[in-house]
Design a protein around this ligand. Structure first.
Ligand code: HEM
Length: 194
């Protein structure tokens, strides 16, 4: 089996909420249709820099996406009947077989970094450079000279990216922390205390 990944220390003792609402997640997450300027503004509103935005986007080296998050790039891009011209045609063809037009199966998912979907590597940046970023919000990073340079740097320097990613994740973990008596410090970070 192929191995790879990244480990870093996570500061403990953060006060966290007792309830989790899907509606709160959707207002705090940027949509996959965002452009680089919209993403930069969105992250800036959270106190994160553009470089941190590019660094954190590398999380899309693992995991899966539902077809609905990108099917607009395959079938009716910008109101046309065609596909997004910035998407690699071979990749688009493969996505179309995995996500047939008009499918009513809302459970269909595809890996975001097909070459190594469960390994935390720089595969995401390599994909983006090949016009194989799954979302508009991934591919848009090539449209700005600064973010395009960061994509190339991360693609070519896994050590640099992993260090920046660990720092940015720790910084993100310090956002919106509850204080005083609000919430609780979890004994197990995945679940509320019983
Ligand atoms: C830059 C802005 C971002 C946008 C627009 C975005 C958008 C998305 C979308 C649309 C999906 C697929 C959801 C679905 O259809 O099931 C997804 C999945 C995912 N995202 Fe992001 N994301 C962003 C940043 C991040 C960041 C900062 C992280 C973490 C550091 C992250 C981690 C993940 C992971 C791990 C998944 C896979 C979840 C799974 O496999 O179930 N994303 N993202």
């Amino acid at each position: 089996m192929q191995t790879g990944g990244l480990g870093y220390d996570v500061p403990a003792g953060r006060r966290d909420g007792r309830i989790s609402l899907a509606s709160e997640a959707s207002t705090n997450l940027p949509p996959p249709t965002f452009t680089v300027d919209q993403l930069t503004q969105f992250f800036s509103n959270k106190g994160l820099t553009q470089d941190e935005m590019v660094t954190l986007s590398g999380a899309h080296t693992i995991g899966r996406s539902h077809c609905s998050s990108f099917s607009n790039r395959l079938y009716n891009f910008n109101g046309t009947s065609g596909q997004d011209p910035t998407l690699d045609p071979q990749y688009a063809a493969s996505l179309k077989t995995q996500c047939p037009q008009g499918s009513t199966n809302t459970n269909l998912v595809v890996p975001m970094n097909p070459s190594s979907p469960s390994i935390t590597d720089v595969g995401y940046y390599v994909d983006v450079l090949r016009n194989r970023g799954l979302f508009t919000s991934d591919q848009t990073l090539l449209t700005d000279t600064t973010t395009a340079t960061q994509v190339r740097q991360n693609a070519g320097n896994p050590f640099l990216w992993k260090n920046k990613f660990a720092s940015a994740m720790v910084k993100m973990g310090q956002l919106g922390v509850l204080i005083g008596e609000a919430g609780q410090i979890r004994a197990n970070c995945r679940v509320i205390n019983s």
